[in-house]
Design a protein around this ligand. Structure first.
Ligand code: NAP
Length: 335
């Protein structure tokens, strides 16, 4: 058994973490916190009424360290590193869902803000499970990948050795609105998103540099990544289509099947993938096809789970010596 807590329990990813912890066989929930506290979890998330009752406190490093062996930080970037640096020093394992420990220092400071915990940045493990599984087993700090980078990288990484690095890589990504967190904005307002679809921050979104950095880390190859995210009128789910140029003749589905043989949460599909089949699960579904040297790779995930909370839970499983699939959702919200 391992005692765990969540800081940021009132948010969307916080809720998904609570839902998994209710039935997790080895993690015992010992602490929930938000900015202000002074409430109970079922008041913040009425869907949890008669499922779990638990006090929510004002977040404090001392309280986390007193109650938890591992903590999930489901916080905005910048807020996370403020907690993580002291928690690690106090011996608490940290799984951070924000961008604070995902990137190299230069990439982070160019696209986010000044880093306030350079000391621990180097030891964080990027929690893209299929690629960093062994490192996670030894880690005390895991950095949850961005939701778009998760879907993109799982789809394209197996193909990088076969790609022409002089040709641009286009990533056309679509996300449900929960990807933006619970705070309302003009673009996520119902009247704007209903019956609508639009690109935002085309070629300038912060997940573009994250994708490029991780491709280079895994394969040692610099790719010209052109990332364009779109919002779609759905609550959850992400569909990523990558367009790339092959430099050699391959069978795309065979490449995927061979690469992910033995990975229990990757499903290689014979037909184009959809978001609904992965909604509510940790699965990443991937399809690929080619036309001459043009390659199309499509991947689908649930942004709140594989793109955030279930990926964080798998990281926590590995960090605590449990099996990867323990307490991880597999049944999709279909129909
Ligand atoms: N949504 C996704 O699909 C997704 C996917 C991948 C990664 N992420 C990342 O995961 C993190 C959480 O995302 P989210 O969608 O769950 O966001 P969210 O719905 O906006 O929730 C954020 C939470 O952080 C809390 N919080 C903010 N500042 C705090 C502080 N200083 N101390 C304690 N609590 C604080 C908020 O509590 P209050 O209610 O008290 O303000 C709220 O519970 C973000 O970094 C996000 O980028 C999200």
């Amino acid at each position: 058994m391992t005692t765990v807590g969540i800081v940021g329990a009132s948010g969307y990813t916080g809720l998904e973490l609570v839902k998994m912890l209710v039935t997790h066989p080895e993690f015992v929930l010992k602490y929930l916190a938000t900015t202000t506290g002074d409430t109970v979890i079922e008041a913040l998330h009425p869907s949890l009424e008669d499922v779990i009752t638990y006090p929510v406190e004002k977040a404090s490093v001392e309280a986390v360290a007193e109650h938890c062996e591992l903590v999930f930080l489901a916080l905005p970037h910048k807020a996370s590193m403020g907690f993580a640096k002291d928690l690690i020093e106090k011996g608490v394992k940290v799984v951070d869902l924000s961008a604070d420990y995902r990137l190299d220092l230069d990439t982070y400071e160019e696209h986010y803000c000044e880093h306030e915990d350079k000391e621990h940045l180097d030891e964080s493990v990027y929690a893209l499970i299929e690629y960093y599984r062994e490192d996670l087993k030894k880690a005390r700090l895991a950095a949850g990948p961005g939701c778009y980078p998760t879907a993109t990288l799982l789809g394209i990484l197996p193909f990088i050795p076969y790609l022409d690095e002089n040709a641009p890589l286009f990533v056309d990504a679509k996300s449900g609105v929960s990807g933006a967190g619970k705070k309302l904005s003009e673009s996520t307002h119902f009247v704007n998103i209903n019956d609508n679809i639009f690109a935002y921050n085309p070629l300038k979104h912060r997940h573009g540099p994250e994708i490029a950095e991780k491709i280079e880390k895994v394969h040692g190859k610099k790719m010209n990544v052109n990332f364009v995210p779109h919002l779609i009128p759905a609550t959850r789910g992400e569909l990523v289509s990558v367009y790339a140029t092959l430099k050699e003749d391959i069978d795309p589905l065979e490449v995927l099947k061979k690469h992910y043989a033995g990975d229990m949460f990757i499903r290689i599909r014979e037909k184009p993938v959809d978001i609904k089949s992965t909604a509510g699960t940790h699965f990443c579904d991937i399809f690929a096809a080619k036309n001459g040297n043009a390659l199309f790779v499509s991947s689908a995930i649930d942004n709140l789970l594989r793109g955030a909370s279930s990926q964080a839970m798998v990281a926590a499983n590995l960090m605590c010596g449990y099996s990867e699939g323990l307490g991880i959702p597999k049944i999709a919200y279909v129909p």
